[in-house]
Design a protein around this ligand. Structure first.
Ligand code: MF3
Ligand code: CO
Length: 252
C-alpha cells in the first residue's frame, strides 16, 4: 500500500513525526564523540524519542532489537547497536525512525568522528550530494526512475558503488510502503510522481565494490570487500510547490 496525503491536516501529522526524527538525529550528531559506544547512542535515542512523545519505529519491526541502526565504516545499513566503541576517524551511519499517532518518519545521516581520511570525507560528501540530487527530482510529473538515475549517475561518475540489495520506500501510515525506491535506474522510467506522495529516499554508497553481505546477526549489512560505506536518508513529501524535506535538520 502507498498512503498519499489527502489534506493539509495529514501533512501536519506526518510533519510532527518527521520533526522528532530530525530533532533526535541533530542531538545525536552533536553529542557523538569518540569513546562512546553504539549502545550509548541507542539508549540516548530511546530516551529522547519518549521525551518527544514518539514511539521508536524500528524496535520490534520484524524482530529488530533497537531504536537505531548504527553502521560504522564498512557496515552499510542495519547495524545493530552492540557496544562497539566509536573511534577517531570512524564514519558512523545513524538511521532512525519514529511514529506518532500512526504516522511515520525515517531519516539517516553519516557522521564523521574526529579527523577522518580524505577518502572517507569524499565518500560521505558524495553520498549526501546523491541524496540532495535525488530530492531535487521529487517534483510532480517526474518519474521514480529519475531518482535512481540521479543517485547512480553521480555516484558511479566518481567511481563509487551503488548498493542494490537495500532500497528507499514510500512511508506514511507504515514505515515501509510502496513504492520501493532503488538507488539505480533509468531516467523517465517507472511510476509518475504525484502531489501527496511521501518517499523515504536513502542512497547507500560504497568506496569499493557495491556488493554487500548480511552478518550472522541477520541484520548488519557490510561491504563484501571491506570498503567504506555511507548512507543518508530523508523523508520527502511531493507537493505542487516541489519537494518538502520533512526530516530537514537545517532550520532547527
Ligand atoms: N531506514 C531503514 C529502512 O527503511 C531502517 C529500517 S531498520 C528496521 O530500511 F529495523 F526497521 F528494519
Ligand atoms: Co528507510
Amino acid at each position: 500500500m502507498m498512503h498519499t496525503l489527502k489534506s493539509k491536516r495529514e501533512l501536519e501529522q506526518i510533519k510532527k513525526a518527521c520533526r522528532v526524527v530530525a530533532e533526535v538525529l541533530a542531538t545525536l550528531s552533536s553529542e557523538l564523540t569518540e569513546g562512546m559506544s553504539t549502545t550509548d547512542l541507542d539508549n540516548r535515542a530511546y530516551e529522547l524519542t519518549l521525551k518527544f512523545g514518539a514511539q521508536p519505529a524500528f524496535k520490534g519491526y520484524h524482530g529488530y532489537p533497537a531504536t537505531l541502526c548504527v553502521s560504522v565504516n564498512e557496515e552499510v545499513v542495519h547495524g545493530i547497536p552492540d557496544g562497539r566503541i566509536i573511534r577517531n576517524g570512524d564514519i558512523v551511519g545513524i538511521d532512525f525512525g519514529v511514529s506518532i499517532d500512526g504516522w511515520f518518519g525515517d531519516s539517516a545521516v553519516t557522521i564523521p568522528v574526529g579527523s577522518i581520511s580524505k577518502e572517507a570525507k569524499q565518500l560521505v560528501e558524495t553520498t549526501k550530494e546523491c541524496l540532495d540530487r535525488a530530492i531535487d527530482c521529487c517534483v510532480p510529473g517526474n518519474r521514480l526512475g529519475d531518482i535512481g538515475y540521479a543517485v547512480q549517475s553521480l555516484a558511479e561518475s566518481r567511481g563509487y558503488g551503488v548498493v542494490r540489495e537495500f532500497v528507499g520506500h514510500g512511508i506514511g501510515r507504515a514505515l515501509h510502503e510502496e513504492p520501493q525506491i532503488p538507488n539505480y535506474g533509468k531516467k523517465g522510467s517507472g511510476i509518475i510522481l504525484e502531489p501527496g506522495m511521501v518517499l523515504a529516499i536513502e542512497p547507500m554508497i560504497t568506496a569499493g565494490s557495491h556488493r554487500v553481505k548480511v552478518l550472522k546477526n541477520n541484520w548488519t549489512a557490510v561491504t563484501v570487500d571491506g570498503s567504506l560505506a555511507a548512507h543518508f536518508e530523508h523523508t520527502v513529501a511531493i507537493t505542487d510547490q516541489g519537494p518538502v524535506i520533512l526530516t530537514d535538520r537545517s532550520a532547527l
